[in-house]
Ligand binder design. Structure first.
Ligand SMILES: NC(=O)c1ccc[n+]([C@@H]2O[C@H](COP(=O)([O-])OP(=O)(O)OC[C@H]3O[C@@H](n4cnc5c(N)ncnc54)[C@H](O)[C@@H]3O)[C@@H](O)[C@H]2O)c1
Length: 361
């Protein structure tokens, strides 16, 4: 029997395909907007330059000071720029950091966002915003920050280096894993999450082996889109809480940190979320991976693509376990297994050791 559920899907328009960057002008028209601020940082700026040429006078301002985890003072600058230039839409081009900066503007001003993601972070499909101040990251949900339109163009991801692609893909995988046991899971979201796990597990090894493989890039971006959608429609558990705390307090690199925590968070929840674990294993198998257990299967995938499986390797000091544990437990994440000090400290210690997780009974 199908269990009762609520499936609350926020609306956004998704345009997916190679070369779809060329559609930005038409998509802006669809939104009824003509004064855009283009937010992009880092090497993604090369694609922003193309949009600038394509849209001409419809780009009235640019903001390139994109910083991971969206520091409040930088967000304020972006908000002021949007106001000074009387923009009517924000175009977020880049990874989760660019999308996050655009979301900070939308949160304050209510301006619509058109997102063009170039990593696998998935933020473009969620109404979750994040801001960092005094080493504390605050997040929340607000429908105003959900991009109205998302253009996925796999060609833009060809320049994403193999190591960043691998870690970013593990970040997406984390959304899918937690979405399978989050309180908001429905049969529909579980189906999509399982497909996302399959698509990422099948494509990431090909992306890392050959970053120019456009077909693999497309499959990975598709999986990442499903991951963002899953995160946005379901919720999170202990894994995201840990990463939220560690990212804010110790400034660890976002995607590599997700990669290093995920196998151990999955093992932590293994016995408490058997249906989710079975879905992950079968999706990994469908992707051609010989997994028999979710946590060790995820660890194997991370190792195969050269993504971190050890928290110390991404800059976390084991001496901080007790301090971090207290903050994580105080945050009271909703999670299939009770989140207590003993369990979280053991999880973090395992992530610091970096060994392959034992199969869950
Ligand atoms: N709100 C949400 O729903 C949500 C979801 C996931 C992540 N996030 C946030 O997103 C941020 C992390 O995003 P991220 O992991 O994408 O990192 P990022 O946006 O900082 O990108 C990582 C690196 O890749 C580079 N890069 C991006 N695209 C590239 C491309 N196509 N070619 C070459 N280089 C490229 C960037 O310049 C950067 O150096 C964090 O702040 C995290 O909290 C938010």
């Amino acid at each position: 029997m199908t269990t009762p559920f609520v499936h609350d899907v926020p609306a956004s328009r998704v345009v997916f395909g190679n070369g779809r960057l060329a559609d930005v002008g038409a998509e802006l028209e669809r939104l009824g907007c003509s004064r855009a601020m283009l937010v992009s940082g880092g090497p993604e700026a090369q694609y922003a330059d193309r949009i600038d040429v394509q849209l001409g006078s419809r780009i009235v301002a640019r903001f390139t000071d994109v910083v991971m985890h969206v520091p409040v003072p930088v967000a304020r600058q972006a908000i002021v720029r949007a106001s000074e230039y009387e923009v009517d839409v924000v175009i977020a081009l880049g990874g989760g950091s660019s999308t996050g900066m655009a979301k900070a503007v939308a949160l304050e001003t209510g301006l619509p966002i058109l997102a063009i993601p170039t990593t696998y972070a998935g933020s473009e499909m969620t109404s979750i915003w994040g801001l960092t101040e005094n080493n504390r990251k605050t997040t929340g949900r607000d429908p105003r920050v959900l991009p109205r339109t998302v253009i996925y163009d796999p060609e833009l991801t060809l320049t994403l280096p193999a190591d960043i692609s691998a870690a970013s893909g593990m970040n997406a995988l984390a959304h899918l894993v937690e979405g399978l046991y989050a309180p908001g899971v429905s049969p529909i979201s579980a189906m999509q999450a399982r497909e996302g796990v399959r698509a990422l597990a099948a494509s990431l090894p090909r992306v890392v082996a050959n970053p120019d493989d456009l077909e693999a890039r497309g499959d990975a971006l598709y999986g990442a889109g499903l991951a963002g959608w899953t995160l946005g429609t379901t919720g999170m558990g202990v894994h995201h809480k840990i990463c939220h705390v560690l990212g804010g307090a110790y400034n660890l690199p976002h995607a590599p940190m997700h990669s290093a925590v995920l196998p151990y968070a999955t093992a932590f929840n293994g016995a408490a979320a058997p249906e989710a674990m079975a879905a992950i294993v079968s999706a990994l198998n469908d992707a051609g991976l010989p997994a028999t257990d979710a946590a060790s299967g995820i660890w194997d995938l991370a190792r195969a693509i050269g993504s971190p499986t050890c928290l110390v390797d991404v800059g976390f000091a084991p001496e901080s376990i007790a301090e971090a544990t207290a903050v994580i437990v105080a945050g009271q994440p909703v999670n299939p297994r009770v989140v207590d000090e003993h369990g979280v400290a053991a999880l973090l210690a395992a992530a610091c050791a970096g060994a392959r997780p034992e199969a869950t009974a």
